[in-house]
Design a protein around this ligand. Structure first.
Ligand code: CAA
Length: 376
């Protein structure tokens, strides 16, 4: 097995790290105040980062899947909020159109999404349908040349900012998951109501909203795939999306480890740096081992995906392990920094707040275990 990056991938990694440190890091305090990073996303669009794995014929950078994962990883070291905005935009906001759209749909939406001229979102979760996504209640009823949609969604990442939503609604409730269909819904569609902004523990620069559909009229030509194909569209895109969340968690864990290690080198107690004292040194060793194991799982899943091989189980393993590691490493980083780690003067408290959601969204850790165990 080759664990080295290609020259092109390494250039991508360096470019994104440089961009994140120069252009994103200074904006983190504003994002922490809840400001959405429009300008940062515009610059990312200019660099081709909003459509990394999208083929050039559809306006993307035409790069491999591993390069996309590298970008989420590197961006998340600086801002996990930017990491999730990009992950949702690409994996579940753009890819469903690329993989399941008609040629007209692909030509209409994908180039603008890939260029960052449009932002994508994914609307699956409902107040009563989170882990049990197949029990969603939003209904879409065909009426001539359009569908009439009624219902609501919650926890929609990029909601309120997005130009397109991949919406899942039941067109045939008696058929269960086989009655779910997917639609492309444009911002400004009559009947699409942007609801409450969630005040989250972390990821403050990423917007998360509720959506309500009040007799929302979606043109029939915006049906994505066939009627009844929606659940499979959601699940297959989540399979891949979960590698991105694994990469996001890896970025957070790496940043927390870095800050803890740097601090421990210069913090003297009992006459010597704390990184030379076993209580802290062993902690750092365990944190580093967890980060390395996460890296291998995330990049192995990415490599399978890139080769077009089945990767659902490996994606869930990567997401499960990397998000648990991010949480653990962030908690330990706070412990290494002691009282300072508990203040907002240091970033480790932000890493802790940002890490937690990686164990929740795109399928909780418990859901990942269901997906993995079903495939054993
Ligand atoms: N790919 C393709 N098809 C799939 C699939 C996959 N990965 N997983 C299931 N299916 C198909 C099955 O084959 C089955 O079809 P057939 O009957 O034709 O075989 C159908 O879907 C139903 O499958 P199940 O009976 O296994 O479905 P289930 O109702 O038991 O649910 C689940 C399975 C894995 C628990 C699923 O509900 C799930 O993933 N839940 C978590 C939801 C989730 O991840 N939500 C994330 C929201 S998006 C988000 O968080 C974005 C963000 O903001 C960051």
């Amino acid at each position: 097995m080759n664990f080295l990056l290609t020259e092109e991938q390494d250039m991508m990694r360096k470019m994104v790290r440089d961009f994140a440190e120069k252009e994103i890091a200074p904006f983190v305090p504003q994002m922490e105040q809840g400001e959405f990073p429009r300008e940062v996303l515009r610059k990312m669009g200019g660099l081709g980062l909003m459509g990394i794995p999208i083929p050039e014929e559809y306006g993307g950078a035409g790069m491999d899947f591993t390069s996309y994962i590298l970008a989420i990883h590197e961006l998340s070291r600086v801002s996990a909020a930017i990491g999730v905005i990009l992950a949702v935009h690409t994996s579940v906001g753009t890819n469903p159109i690329l993989y399941f759209g008609t040629e007209e749909q692909k030509c209409k939406y994908v180039p603008k999404l890939a260029a960052g001229e449009m932002l994508g979102a994914f609307a699956l979760t409902e107040p009563g349908a989170g882990s049990d996504a197949g029990s969603l209640k939003t209904k879409a009823v065909r009426n001539g040349d359009h569908y009439v949609v009624n219902g609501s969604k919650v926890f929609i990442t990029n909601g309120g900012e997005a130009d397109t939503y991949i919406l899942f609604a039941s067109t045939n409730p008696s058929m269960g998951t086989k009655g779910i269909s997917a639609f492309i819904v444009e911002k400004g569609t009559t009947g699409l109501v942007i609801g409450k902004d969630e005040h989250k523990m972390g990821l403050h620069g990423s917007r998360t909203v509720q959506l309500t559909f009040e007799d929302m009229r979606v043109p029939a030509e915006n049906l994505l795939g066939a009627e009844g194909q929606g659940f499979k569209i959601a699940m297959s895109n989540l399979d891949v999306g979960r590698i991105g969340i694994g990469a996001q968690a890896l970025g957070i864990a790496e940043a927390a480890l870095h800050d803890a290690n740097e601090y421990a080198k210069t913090r003297y107690q009992f006459g010597k740096p704390i990184n030379t004292q076993q209580g802290i040194a062993f902690k750092l060793a365990d944190m580093a081992t967890g980060v390395e194991a996460s890296r291998l799982l995330v990049y192995r899943a990415a490599s399978l995906r890139q080769q077009g091989l089945p990767c659902g189980k490996e994606a869930s393993m990567a997401k499960l392990f990397a998000s648990q590691t991010a949480m653990h490493v962030a908690i330990e980083a706070i412990q290494v920094l002691g009282g300072y780690g508990y203040t907002k003067d240091y970033a480790v408290e932000r890493f802790f707040r940002d890490a937690k959601v990686c164990e929740i969204y795109e399928g909780t850790s418990e859901i990942q275990r269901i997906v993995i165990s079903k495939q054993l």
